[in-house]
Ligand binder design. Structure first.
Ligand SMILES: C[S@@+](CC[C@H](N)C(=O)[O-])C[C@H]1O[C@@H](n2cnc3c(N)ncnc32)[C@H](O)[C@@H]1O
Length: 223
């Protein structure tokens, strides 16, 4: 499943050598928690209330926290960083979590395979900013990607994006401003850079706060 198509993914696939313990963990448990692409279209709620997707979960701490606090919802996490996926898998196994499924690869490979109107919520926390103009095509949030997100969101489903980077902040607003199919919700969530209580500070949010940067939170609703 790994490394089969890196055309649209520009980040790191692997970091430090994965420990033999984590390697064994992936070998033993990935079949239970890592999704195969031919399973995506068949996914059903099966007793869960909501489907929630976090794209680029990093080390997965927020997903773990949400899944433990919301046992009646089903969580999907996607990250192409192999070591981060192994870290999340370790937490899932150690904490006996049942309601997280992982796509350990580029989101572009599966985004069109989910059923239409499937997700209640999609989170993209601290996407890579790729600040140089010449790299803007590498940014995750692009018009075609927003078309795909819109399709898989339910009517009135939410898209939450956070960023501490000014280039990404302008980019998010620029990309979403032109869209009639997403409404920027400011009043409902009292837009003042307020993080929802049920989202924890991720590694990159913590780093930004330590560096005294403002983390911007954007809430959009499928129109
Ligand atoms: C800046 S990090 C943020 C990680 C985490 N959300 C946090 O706030 O700490 C961006 C993450 O997005 C992942 N990512 C970037 N592009 C991706 C793609 N096309 N598909 C899946 N994951 C992606 C990277 O591997 C990385 O882990």
């Amino acid at each position: 499943m790994f490394f089969k198509n890196q055309k649209q993914f520009y980040g790191r696939r692997k970091g430090r050598k994965i420990s033999s313990k984590n390697f064994k963990l992936v070998k033993d448990f990935s079949h239970r928690f890592y999704l195969q692409d031919d399973q995506i279209f068949q996914l059903e709620l099966r007793g869960y209330n909501q489907n929630i997707l976090e794209i680029g979960f990093g080390n997965g701490d927020n997903l773990v926290n949400m899944s433990l606090k919301q046992p009646n919802n089903l969580f999907f996490g996607c990250d192409a960083y192999y070591n981060g996926c192994a870290k999340l898998l370790k937490q899932i196994v150690n904490k006996n979590i049942e309601n997280i499924k992982i796509w350990p690869d580029d989101i572009h490979l599966i985004i069109t395979k989910f059923k239409i109107n499937f997700f209640d919520l999609i989170l993209i926390l601290q996407p890579d900013p790729w600040p140089k103009n010449k790299h803007k095509k590498r940014r995750l949030i692009q018009q075609k990607f927003l078309d795909d997100l819109n399709k898989i969101l339910k009517s009135e489903g939410k898209l939450i994006i956070s960023t501490d980077h000014n280039v990404m902040k302008s980019w998010v607003l620029e990309q979403l401003h032109v869209r009639k199919d997403f409404l920027w919700i400011k009043n409902g969530y009292n837009y003042k850079n307020i993080k929802p209580k049920w989202v924890i500070n991720t590694r990159y949010v913590n780093k930004a706060l330590e560096d005294k940067k403002t983390v911007n939170w954007f809430f959009f609703k499928k129109n």
